[in-house]
Write a protein that binds this ligand. Structure first.
Ligand code: ATP
Length: 707
């Protein structure tokens, strides 16, 4: 038989099995729909029952509908390419591996879930350690149709005549496919070193390091899916948080988990970890460095103790014909005493009122010929409306944003910071906080710190509204529904994933740590890509987030670059040769024979050359083309690029490009990317490692990259 007909025959064999699986899935869907309908009918009936019965019926309905919805969501998410692997072992057994486990009516396995222990050999077996697997087959489908297969023969000596072997490697085929808007899952081609990190125990801290394109992000997300599958009770209820560097990044990875049937995971970027606050700008590197350093803790702690600028600095009140007065110094003493108490300021207004009354009593007591009882004064003044009005303006409930804005006053900031900030740092920060456009990414961690320092203001009681359909939706359903956002002070995530961890500032580590008081962690990063200037300080804050330096840590290093062609990565490696060791640079597995193109032009021609390069690349690749430039050039480049009117084009700056990838990249003027970041060559390295197939660098420097 020719190779093509062997392949076709084998595809037909697999199609037969895949058809059986989809038929069974259709049955499962009908069963789940029927269960959901029964649950809904139960809830409907509950409306007419007494309270106790109603609660019991709603609970039952909750369990039924939730379970049915979960099954339906999973079946929908996993429909495409449900079966992707097959193992044939030395005992003559065949096992199919897929996105979820499916059994037939007799309870026999049709497909084993990729996360189940039984499926581990699919990822872990090698020719050196075959784990009794003779042939591993990757099955590629489009919808429900098998389109291709790829085999690895792991035990050639046990190979049987009847066992056909076809294909040239599923991994390579997957790596050369065009990139689109979103990251894809890699369940079918996870490699052994990646699988070890994915299946590591949930406890403590799992650190995954590796160079660009080694699959760190992919591995971290598959680990989430794995942990939720293995330990859904521990992980699912309190939830998993994934923190990434930018909204562009979270949007890029947003489809990976749903494609594996997981939608109860919160993806947040460092700029939107706080509900209702959106960072609208990025600080220059020196400003971000100060805002991110632990010195800011002291500044913020002192800032919340200061009286608001518009707070009155004198209290005068008539009491039984006498004027009682507290001057600025006396009021400051009262304020300080209240701040030294147990409660955060936004919860201490009652304490402040009591302390003022106490100070007024002491004042009255010091007057001669003014006989007054302490209890009388406190009760009578404490009920007076003019006293309450004073308390409200003197002890204001503050929002984090108001406190930060108050620090745009140079004199105030300088007084508060004392020797904690240099004069030029005070100037830089005051200017930044005066910016009317809103907070920067680095400000989010400061706002979160202030949120914790200020405490939650007491809640106003809400009037109870009507019982409605919303009430029949149960608590657990609301908590786990897609799009559910946990409150800002939620600190009970069971697992937190931090991607691009090398870039978190110490203040950002504190912010993330606050959300994981009881969490285990997966921390993913590449020290060579770090843009944070003081790694030791970040390490200290990181230890704090993990619950101390003694928390169990296990490390995994990924060493193969699956993204870049070897030609592109050779060029990128050159720009960090002075700040990295050879072991820190991964090995790129794929060679395309196409060298990156370096185009030299004059300064005025940079945009024109970039547009032409982008146009040319659009014609050579099927997927996305990224144009990466210095921040100062993003707007002008975007308007020039828009003229090409192609939705496969993206324009981003060096920092935004973190974690993203494109089929082809045009990088404008490397020296500008280096100049605008405190860790210049590392940012350039990130930008140069975004392309999977083609890279064009447009520069005014004819000696680049050897200049
Ligand atoms: N086992 C694999 N099979 C198929 N594709 C893979 C595999 N591992 C990684 N990839 C692909 O390689 C690319 C890089 O992966 P990913 O973005 O996770 O790397 P990274 O280490 O986070 O990169 P960086 O730090 O540079 O952002 C992605 O397109 C991913 O799908």
């Amino acid at each position: 038989m020719s190779e093509t007909s062997v392949r076709e025959a084998e595809i037909a064999v697999e199609q037969k099995h895949v058809d059986v699986v989809y038929a069974r899935v259709d049955e499962m869907r009908s069963e789940a729909e029927a269960m959901r309908n029964r649950g809904d009918a139960l809830a409907h009936g509950a409306r007419n029952e007494a309270v106790f019965e109603q609660a019991a019926m709603l609970f039952e309905r909750d369990v039924m509908v939730r379970h049915a919805n979960q099954i339906l969501r999973t079946l929908d998410a996993e429909h495409e390419g449900l079966v992707f692997g097959r193992l044939d072992d030395t005992a003559g057994e065949t096992m199919y591996v897929g996105r979820l486990g499916v059994r037939d009516v007799e309870f026999d396995n049709l497909v084993t879930d990729w996360r189940a222990p039984a499926a581990a050999p699919f990822y872990q077996a090698t020719a050196e350690q075959p784990m009794d697997i003779i042939r591993r087959r990757v099955i590629r489908s489009s919808g429900q149709t098998v389109v291709d297969i790829d085999d690895d023969l792991l035990m050639p000596e046990r190979h049987l005549e009847s066992m056909a072997v076809v294909g040239e490697g599923a991994l390579m085929a997957s790596l050369t496919r065009a990139r689109g808007e979103n990251m894809r899952d890699i369940v079918a081609t996870i490699q052994k070193e990646q699988d070890e990190a994915i299946r590591a125990p949930w406890r403590g801290v799992t650190e995954i390091t590796g160079g660009p394109g080694t699959g760190k992000t992919a591995v971290a997300l598959h680990r989430v899916a794995y942990l939720l599958y293995r330990d859904r009770r521990r992980m699912g209820g309190t939830g998993v948080l994934v923190v990434g560097p930018s909204p562009a990044f979270t949007s890029y990875i947003s489809r990976v988990l749903p494609s594996m049937g997981e939608d109860n995971v919160e993806l947040r970027s460092l700029s939107d970890l706080l509900d209702g606050v959106k960072a609208v700008r990025v600080d220059s590197a020196p400003v971000a460095a100060v805002k991110g350093s632990l010195r800011m803790r002291r500044v913020l702690k002192r800032a919340i103790r200061e009286a608001p600028a518009d707070a009155p600095n004198e209290l005068r009140i008539m009491y039984r014909g006498e004027v009682l007065k507290l001057d600025a110094r006396e009021l400051d003493t009262v304020r300080n005493n209240v701040h030294n108490g147990r409660r955060p300021p936004n919860q201490a207004r009652v304490d402040a009122a009591e302390a003022l009354l106490e100070a007024l009593w002491r004042k009255a007591d010091s007057y001669t010929d003014f006989p007054v009882k302490r209890a009388d004064l406190i009760t009578e003044l404490g009920e007076r409306i003019d006293f309450h009005r004073f308390v409200v303006v003197w002890w204001q409930l503050l929002t984090p944003a108001e406190v930060l804005r108050s620090l745009s006053d140079r004199r105030r900031l300088s007084r508060i910071a004392g020797r904690g900030l240099t004069r030029s740092e005070v100037d830089m920060l005051a200017d930044s906080w005066a910016d009317p456009s809103g907070p920067s990414v680095a400000d989010i961690a400061l706002l979160d710190e202030l949120r914790m320092l200020l405490g939650k203001p007491p809640k106003r009681r809400k009037r109870k509204t009507d019982t409605s359909a919303a009430e029949l939706q149960t608590w657990s359903e609301r908590q786990s529904g897609p799009g559910y956002h946990r409150p800002d002070d939620y600190d009970e995530y069971s697992h937190i994933v931090v991607d691009e961890a090398q870039d978190l500032s110490p203040m950002q580590w504190r912010m993330v740590g606050r959300r994981g008081k009881y969490a285990s962690w997966t921390v993913v990063g590449d020290p060579v890509q770090s843009s944070w200037p003081d790694p030791a300080e970040a390490r200290q804050a990181q230890d704090g987030a993990f619950g101390g330096p003694r928390t169990v840590r296990r490390q995994f290093a990924l060493r193969t670059n699956y993204r870049n062609s070897a030609e592109i990565f050779d060029l990128a490696g050159k720009v960090v040769r002075d700040v990295s060791t050879p072991e820190q640079l991964p090995h790129a597995v794929r060679s395309t024979g196409i060298e990156p193109s370096i185009q030299v032009c004059s300064f005025d021609q940079l945009t024109e050359f970039a547009v032409n390069a982008a146009k040319e690349l659009l014609g050579t690749v099927d997927g996305t083309v990224g144009v990466i430039t210095a921040t100062s050039r993003v707007d002008s480049t975007r308007s020039a690029i828009e003229r090409l009117n192609d939705e496969r084009l993206r324009v981003v700056d060096g920092l935004e490009s973190k974690g993203l990838e494109y089929d082809a990249v045009v990088l404008i003027e490397p020296a500008e990317l280096v100049a605008e970041s405190t860790t210049g060559p590392r940012t350039l390295y990130v930008a140069l490692t975004r392309a999977t197939q083609r890279l064009t660098v447009v520069t005014t420097d004819r000696n680049w990259p050897d200049s």
